[in-house]
Ligand binder design. Structure first.
Ligand SMILES: [Zn+2]
Length: 218
């Protein structure tokens, strides 16, 4: 196993009488073809040099975090087993299984968002502890209000004049670093309302792995 970005991948090394290293990705397996006399360390360095590409490819083909698939639901980037139950009114744990009301995905997801909202809020609070001092450094002294909605076309919206931002409830399916990235993007809008150079400079300066996190939303 090798960790690349947020992905744990199987690693298969094929040694051959060749001069260069090659890399390909099959499902969750990284396949490196390389010459006989090359150290594991060099292979690792080779993989890490391709990290961006790997993460991007994985994100493209990755599981759909926002849906219930194979009786699994994603909460903060971790998969949990779910089962539908038409006799209950709200989501609840039963042993290790999350029971969701209704018998279709749509109604189950609705109650899941209510159920899991405190987890999302907690991640946001934690991130704001880091972000607010940064905003202050750049001259934004307020404490923005964060609202949560089910959004169809955006992961976050910043109402910079009204001092609040909206986060898409669907973010609660994703790992904390993705939530942080979206939140940071919206927070930077309090300093730079438009997506100009200054905006991206600030964004990346304090979150160099922003793209890697955001790619998981694509
Ligand atoms: Zn934006």
């Amino acid at each position: 196993m090798i960790k690349v970005g947020a992905y744990d991948l199987e690693l298969k090394i094929i040694r051959k009488k060749i001069k260069n290293l090659y890399l390909r990705l099959e499902n969750h397996t990284l396949i490196v073809t390389c010459p006989y006399f090359i150290t594991d360390q060099a292979i690792r360095a080779f993989i890490m040099a391709k990290e961006k590409w790997i993460v991007f490819e994985m994100a493209k083909k990755s599981i759909s975090y926002t849906h219930i698939q194979d009786a699994k639901i994603w909460l903060l980037g971790k998969a949990y087993e779910v089962s539908y139950d038409i006799d209950i009114k709200e989501a609840k744990w039963h042993n290790e299984v999350l029971n969701l009301p209704g018998n279709d995905e749509e109604s189950a997801l609705k109650s899941f968002y209510l159920f899991a909202l405190p987890d999302l809020k907690e991640e946001v609070e934690k991130a704001l502890v880091d972000f607010l001092p940064l905003l202050k450094e750049y001259g934004y002294n307020d404490i923005p209000k964060v609202k949560y909605r089910y959004l169809k076309r955006a992961w976050g919206i910043c109402h910079f004049r009204k001092n609040y931002l909206v986060l898409n409830l669907k973010l609660l399916h994703f790992p904390p670093k993705v939530i942080r990235a979206v939140l940071w993007h919206e927070c930077v809008h309090f300093l730079c309302p438009s997506h100009n150079k200054a905006f991206y400079n600030l964004l990346y300066w304090h979150m160099p792995d922003y793209d890697e996190a955001i790619n998981m939303l694509k």
